[in-house]
Design a binder for this molecule. Structure first.
Ligand SMILES: Cc1cc2nc3c(=O)[nH]c(=O)nc-3n(C[C@H](O)[C@H](O)[C@H](O)COP(=O)(O)OP(=O)(O)OC[C@H]3O[C@@H](n4cnc5c(N)ncnc54)[C@H](O)[C@@H]3O)c2cc1C
Length: 480
């Protein structure tokens, strides 16, 4: 096979392979869906994304080393580890690449609802308290002068408890679980861009830069699980959508007597002495002597662009009881922030050999900012689709299976996320938010229904009246 690109193409230009399929062969009857004509083409073209430095050197003949697998998954956060785990369980050869080495930190609230606990059970992850998992009974909501403790709903489809675990331990546990299932996890591998065939279809990824030793990882399909920024999606022309919600949040840890709280605590209003600040806050006890404390804003809020989040956090915490210990002396970590991409804020979720999972596909729940469960669930859905696609007898039928992935996501979350977008627009108006808080909070029965809605915790079939109303609303609302 010859290589047609110069060893160092301009930065921003994806590495290209030759026209011949360069993906590893499968046993007879399992054809590779590479470079198929009629392939769905993304709205964007392979991007020239500033800051993404791509090597021009490609496949064999360029001197670049290449490793092959059925599927390459880029990013070993919850989305990537779950995807890789389910693919390996289905018997596929999977390379899971992460630029970090585990354990590594990830800016997060570290809170897990019963939805995430269910996703953990799906991967058969043991959640023993001795290993740092702290169970919780429900959600404590504070707002409108009311403090309300709501237990997680009793449902046959979800466990009745949530958990807390630092992402340091959580993400490593998931990555190692995937590894034990047969996934080849490679740490410290910074993916710099896609390797494309002549039809513009992704057939692998490269770590090539002008400074690094270059290596290509080739596969029949590639999964972008590289988080909110998803440079891989960008390089394939998939940008964030301006018409979808985005949150920004900051968090840190304090040594605090509140560390062994058995409820997740959510603040619907942030007070700076007698002034109401826009945003929401949380205090999650970690069970290890510290509390994860943070706050966030949505892009529907007027203050979103021009606010100093760290100062906002300081001002909010200044009003907390002194005995909780949320002071500078007790702070054990730096204040760090990151974005929460919500309600499908990057689409389409499949294009030209690339599937998007988790934050890369903007799958954070707009109602409550929960992203871990959706990252893991979308990973499982993507793995199911990939497994079926790679078992098809010809590229065309494989492609039509792959094209069903966005629809499967819409079926799972589309209507609910559309409702979530309306909710985010509404609460961007602080007066409306205050009105809803003042009138909703004193009514526990109503708040129990709202909690089910916000946490997306209903029986899929049957259930009580609240379940049926929420499910009907989600089904009736157009998925977009
Ligand atoms: C402040 C804050 C608080 C939050 N609190 C919660 C919460 O309490 N509960 C909850 O459920 N969700 C919460 N979220 C959301 C949650 O953190 C995300 O939704 C979740 O981490 C998404 O998982 P992921 O696997 O898609 O992406 P990530 O967790 O971001 O993982 C992406 C992985 O890709 C790797 N990667 C990136 N680029 C490359 C590259 N070029 N090459 C190789 N590897 C790469 C990264 O190293 C990383 O390991 C919070 C988010 C923020 C910002």
């Amino acid at each position: 096979m010859t290589q047609e690109v110069p060893p160092h193409a301009p930065a921003g230009e994806p590495a290209r392979g030759t026209g011949a399929p360069s993906v590893p062969a499968r046993p007879a009857g399992q054809a590779v869906p590479a470079a198929a004509s009629g392939t769905a083409v993304a709205p964007g073209t392979p991007a020239e994304e500033p800051g993404v430095k791509l090597s021009g050197a490609g496949l064999a003949g360029s001197g670049a080393a290449a490793e092959e697998a059925d599927v390459v998954v880029v990013g070993a956060g919850p989305a990537g580890s779950a995807t890789a785990f389910y693919l390996a369980r289905a018997g596929l050869d999977v390379l899971l690449l992460d630029k970090a080495t585990f354990p590594r930190e990830k800016v997060c609230g570290d809170g897990l609802t019963p939805r995430a606990v269910k996703a953990l059970a799906g991967m058969e992850v043991a959640t023993d308290e001795r290993d740092g998992w702290l169970p919780n009974k429900g959600l404590r909501i504070i707002g409108g002068g009311v403090r309300l403790e709501l237990r997680w709903p009793e449902l046959s489809s979800y466990p009745g408890y949530g958990l807390v675990r630092t992402r340091l331990g959580f993400d490593e546990t998931l990555a190692r679980t995937a590894e034990k299932a047969g996934v080849r996890l490679l740490e410290g591998v910074n993916v710099t861009g896609p390797v494309l065939d002549d039809a513009g279809r992704i057939i692998g990824v490269t770590t090539g830069t002008n400074t690094d030793a270059e290596r290509n990882y080739l596969a029949r399909l590639v999964v972008a699980a590289d988080g909110n920024s998803s440079r891989l999606s960008l390089a394939m022309g998939l940008r964030k959508r301006d018409d979808r919600p985005l949150g920004v949040a900051v968090r840190t840890y304090y040594a605090s007597p509140r560390h062994d709280d058995d409820y997740l605590e959510s603040w619907l209003e942030l007070w700076d002495r007698d002034r109401l600040l826009t945003g929401y806050g949380w205090i999650f006890g970690m069970g290890d002597g510290t509390s994860n404390v943070g706050l966030g804003l949505l892009n529907t809020s007027a203050a979103f662009q021009n606010i100093d989040y760290r100062s906002l956090l300081r001002r909010w915490l200044a009003g907390m009881p002194a005995e909780w210990g949320f002071t500078e002396e007790n702070r054990t970590q730096p204040v760090r922030g990151a974005a929460l991409p919500m309600g499908f804020n990057r689409t389409p979720h499949y294009t030209r050999g690339l599937l998007l999972v988790g934050d890369a596909g903007g799958m954070v729940n707009p109602f409550n900012g929960e992203g871990i469960a959706y990252a893991m669930e979308s990973g499982e859905i993507a793995a199911r689709v990939i497994t079926q696609a790679l078992a098809q007898p010809d590229p065309r039928s494989a492609e039509s299976v792959l094209a069903s992935y966005p629809q499967m996501l819409k079926d799972a979350y589309g209507g609910y996320y559309t409702l979530g977008r309306k909710f985010v627009e509404a609460i961007g108006n602080p007066r409306l938010m205050q009105f809803a808080t003042r009138h909703g909070m004193p009514r526990p029965a109503l708040m129990r229904v709202i909690m089910k809605l916000l946490a997306n915790l209903t029986e899929p079939k049957g259930g009580d009246a609240a379940d049926r109303v929420i499910n009907a609303l989600s089904r009736m609302t157009p998925a977009a």
